[in-house]
Design a protein around this ligand. Structure first.
Ligand SMILES: NC(=O)c1ccc[n+]([C@@H]2O[C@H](COP(=O)([O-])OP(=O)(O)OC[C@H]3O[C@@H](n4cnc5c(N)ncnc54)[C@H](OP(=O)(O)O)[C@@H]3O)[C@@H](O)[C@H]2O)c1
Length: 260
């Protein structure tokens, strides 16, 4: 007897509510809109970019949008708890959290400043933990949920002139596995996506540097920079019923970069 596979609904997010951090631009915006198109209501955090464009796209997909302005470079455990409590009170239970917001600071070792190190750690690691803790506790109590972090190929490699970024992204990979170990038995999956080189603000300086851009492209087997929607597809999969048994994975979405 073959157990039927419900292909029609396996990748649907109908009836789900998601929170995507950094939803006003780049990869986070693509994920927020893709989630709405897959059937989810979507809340998203904003910081320096306005959220109007993302909200309009979510609404155009027929779903509810909710903007949450917050500086994730300054959030602490109490702030994350308050954010999640306030959001759930007006939006409903958050079934899917995507920790996407992140920054990168490039400088050579002798002049890599303490302020840059701390800003990257606060936004790319501390906020991920605090929000995962606040959301993961609620998901665990409800016996259902998905935690998805946007890691990086620099979760595996050291990169060039980005020590804080590489350290934080390695830590995000470790944190994802720790969350998976603790929450899997309560039907909460914790996974990360490790994007390769994606054309967003994050990589604008690299793409503007002809030599670095050429070096990067030469190493990507797919022969092109990634696009935010390349990451959105993986995020929909990890948030969907099809990924119910995927836990603790760091999924490279990099045009083959890590295989090289
Ligand atoms: N692009 C790549 O090649 C690549 C590769 C690997 C991993 N990633 C990761 O993908 C994620 C998204 O980056 P992206 O490429 O889409 O670049 P991006 O367009 O620069 O997006 C970064 C997002 O993070 C938000 N953010 C930054 N600092 C914040 C703060 N203090 N408080 C709240 N939100 C803050 C930004 O919000 P505002 O714009 O509203 O300030 C923005 O939405 C990051 O975690 C990045 O490390 C990117």
């Amino acid at each position: 007897m073959i157990e039927p596979f419900d292909a029609k609904n396996a990748f649907s997010l109908a009836g789900k509510r998601a929170l995507v951090t950094g939803g006003a631009s780049g990869i986070g915006q693509a994920i927020a809109v893709a989630f709405a198109q897959a059937g989810a209501d979507v809340a998203f955090t904003t910081h320096s970019h306005p959220g109007d464009e993302t909200a309009a796209a979510i609404k155009a997909a027929g779903r509810t949008a909710s903007e949450v302005p917050v500086d994730l470079g300054r959030i602490d455990a109490a702030g994350a708890e308050a954010l999640m409590g306030d959001l759930e009170a007006r939006f409903g239970p958050v079934d899917i959290l995507v920790n996407n917001a992140g920054i990168i600071r490039r400088a050579d070792l002798p002049v890599h400043g303490e302020a840059d190190w701390r800003a990257v750690m606060a936004t790319n690691l501390d906020a991920v933990w605090f929000l995962s803790q606040a959301a993961g506790r609620r998901m665990g109590e409800r016996g259902d949920g998905r935690l998805i972090a946007i890691a990086s190929v620099l979760s595996f490699q050291g990169g060039i002139r980005v020590p804080g970024y590489a350290a934080a992204k390695h830590a995000v990979a470790g944190l994802t596995k720790a969350l998976a170990n603790e929450l899997a038995s309560r039907n909460v999956c914790a996974n990360a996506i490790a994007p390769g080189y994606i054309a967003t603000d994050n990589t604008a300086a690299l793409r503007a540097d002809a030599e670095r851009s050429r070096q990067i492209l030469e190493r990507i087997p797919a022969g092109r920079w990634g696009r935010p929607n390349d990451i959105a597809g993986a995020a929909v999969f990890l948030a969907s019923p099809a990924a119910a048994y995927v836990n603790g994975a760091i999924l490279s979405v990099d045009g083959g970069w890590m295989a090289r």
